[in-house]
Design a protein. Structure first.
Length: 115
């Protein structure tokens, strides 16, 4: 019997400032910012599915994601693109194949939204 489950518990994202990152991610995801910062450097975003764990202790400029490690989901890729554009998020691509686009968080992590 294998003791390791085939489930992802969380994805860590290196961020330079835990409070600023919490506020930015909560803003784009429509989440409250009232959760607790753990151990002075971790904030767990309340997600459906695996958690996103913002962590300022693991941050270094060479640790940021250069390619997306996961995708945020949307039912309307055009609306999501326009929403991020209106939030002045740094968009890296246009909507590609009518299915996805990439953008950066304030620390330079490359992220993806996908239909």
């Amino acid at each position: 019997m294998n003791p390791i489950q085939n489930k992802i518990g969380g994805v860590f994202i290196p961020v330079s400032n835990i409070e600023q990152a919490r506020d930015w991610y909560c803003d784009i995801l429509g989440l409250p910012t009232d959760g607790e910062v753990l151990f002075g450097h971790i904030y767990v975003l309340p997600m459906e599915g695996p958690s996103l764990v913002l962590d300022s202790k693991i941050y270094a400029p060479d640790h940021v994601y250069k390619v997306p490690a996961f995708q945020f989901r949307t039912d309307d890729i055009v609306q999501a693109f326009e929403f991020m554009k209106a939030k002045n998020v740094q968009l890296l691509t246009e909507i590609e194949s009518d299915h996805w686009f990439n953008f950066k968080d304030p620390d330079g992590n490359v992220l993806m939204i996908c239909k």
